[in-house]
Design a protein around this ligand. Structure first.
Ligand code: IDC
Length: 460
């Protein structure tokens, strides 16, 4: 059951400036807008997004408060702010990377909540102690994807046919899109504004959601990361993009180390997202230092957990040697061809970094593509470290090959990380401009030029 309710509350009065550092001008221009959206609701629970837009002078340091009118309503888990609740009053304070809001800048917060009885809308929004007054309506804030021809509208529920990814008309398609960086580090880069730009300017068909398991990722806060992934799935869906849920195992390289976590995580996201058409599951980013047999065993335990909740979604299985089909471990695709995962509607992962992986890897993909359904869920234009010089020649050779073979891909990364694989210049995610060419790195400019060309998805 999905219900979208949006409340618009405009702060007509002053935005409190008490938290600003240093002396303040006597008469600062003020104003703000709050968009509150219930993105999903289920028995006893709901998830909401809260977008704050600063319409006044720049502020540094803010606290949003609002009232949950039903005594049974509780914030369970919040993100992108420090959340607390006292009685019916909820507080959300800006964190390091979003406490400064330039004029016109927005920041997206969110939380999951529980309720008993009815689930009334919150009220009495204040920002820095100043009541936000204004119109309160029921207008959905997300545009209805309806029939405006987004990738998900056109292609619908995907499935594997032969060695291809096929759409609802059973015709092969190629999806071209971007991967997030680790969402534990770069969540500030995944906002309404940045995803609007990804969908509209980049014309990206998909968003890969890279949820690291270690490195301060999922294992540190399973419920929080699960909700954050779900929220990004919703944000991709609202913009007509496919969402690739990446269980980003990397170190340790044996996915079986995270088997129990994978079962818990995928049981939850698959149940929650089963009715959606835009979800694809990637169960292990880059197995390394581990045999194909061990990876296959892992896959054959995780896939049934997903299928039990979401029977028709495509599932992608990582391969040996950092998802190189074994090549980086001195093996080849034949170990998979001769001993495939015992499941249907699955694909196999291939990753490359253009400056490190060249002709012998391309030869492998060319051979393997006639035998195995492949999905390039991650690649870089640079070296395998994620840094170094961009290799335009190799990247172009790779993307021409993937286009020719109709192999879908996601580029690492749609982020402003200080490394040459990032598509956005450092600091971009502190602002609100994701559309101008000035925010793109050399890699970002090349990849955007490839992704934003028109799709030609078959419609019959
Ligand atoms: C890199 C990030 C870097 C981070 C590092 C360790 O770009 O900022 O410090 O991971 O977490 C992969 C992995 C991907 C790597 C990327 C570049 O899937 O997590 O990201 N890469 O090294 N495989 C090959 C390259």
């Amino acid at each position: 059951m999905k219900r979208i309710v949006a409340l618009l509350a405009t702060c007509a009065t002053a935005l409190g400036l008490t938290a600003l550092a240093g002396p303040q001008p006597a008469a600062a221009a003020t104003g703000c807008k709050v968009d509150y959206t219930v993105t999903s609701q289920w028995q006893g629970g709901f998830q909401a997004g809260v977008k704050i837009t600063n319409l006044g002078d720049p502020v540094t340091g803010w606290t949003l408060k609002f009232s949950l009118p039903d005594a049974g309503q509780k914030v369970v888990q919040g993100w992108n702010a420090t959340w607390s609740q006292s009685g019916s009053t909820v507080s959300a304070a800006g964190v390091d990377w979003n406490r400064t809001l330039a004029t016109g800048a927005s920041t997206d917060l969110g939380f999951t909540g529980s309720f008993t009885g009815s689930n009334p809308k919150p009220s009495a929004f204040t920002l820095n102690g100043v009541t936000c007054t204004g119109s309160v309506g029921d207008t959905p804030s997300n545009p209805d994807p309806g029939s405006n021809g987004t990738p998900v509208d056109v292609n619908g529920q995907l499935h594997v046919c032969g060695v291809n990814l096929c759409n609802q008309y059973n015709r092969p398609i190629q999806l071209r899109g971007m991967s997030t960086h680790g969402i534990q580090w770069f969540s500030k880069c995944y906002t309404s504004a940045s995803l609007d730009a990804l969908a509209k300017d980049w014309k990206s068909d998909l968003l890969r959601i890279a949820m690291y398991v270690q490195e301060n990722g999922y294992e540190t806060d399973p419920a929080g990361f699960t909700s954050r992934v779900n929220s990004l799935v919703d944000m991709a869906e609202a913009r007509g993009m496919y969402a690739l849920i990446d269980f980003h195992t990397l170190t340790p390289g044996d996915p079986n180390y995270n088997l129990d976590r994978a079962k818990t995580f995928f049981a939850s996201v698959a149940a929650r997202n089963a009715a959606k058409k835009n979800v694809i599951y990637e169960i292990a980013n880059e197995p390394n230092g581990v045999s194909w047999t061990a990876i296959k065993n892992y896959a054959e335990q995780v896939i049934p957990v997903i299928r039990a909740a979401d029977p028709d979604a495509v599932i992608i299985v990582g391969t040996r040697g950092w998802s190189s089909l074994g090549v980086s471990d001195g093996s080849s695709e034949t170990e998979v061809v001769n001993n495939p995962v015992n499941a249907t509607n699955i694909m196999y992962t291939f990753h490359f970094y253009a400056a490190s992986h060249k002709d012998n890897y391309r030869a492998t993909v060319s051979r393997a593509a006639s035998k195995l359904p492949l999905f390039v869920t991650e690649f870089g234009t640079v070296s395998a470290t994620g840094g170094g010089a961009m290799d335009r020649t190799s990247t172009t050779a790779w993307l021409d090959l993937l286009d020719q073979l109709k192999i879908s891909y996601a580029n690492w990364t749609y982020s402003d990380a200080d490394e040459s694989s990032a598509a956005l210049k450092p600091g971009t995610c502190n602002g609100s401009d994701y559309s101008s060419s000035g925010v793109l790195t050399e890699s970002g400019a090349l990849i955007k030029s490839r992704i934003s060309t028109a799709d030609s998805f078959p419609t019959s």
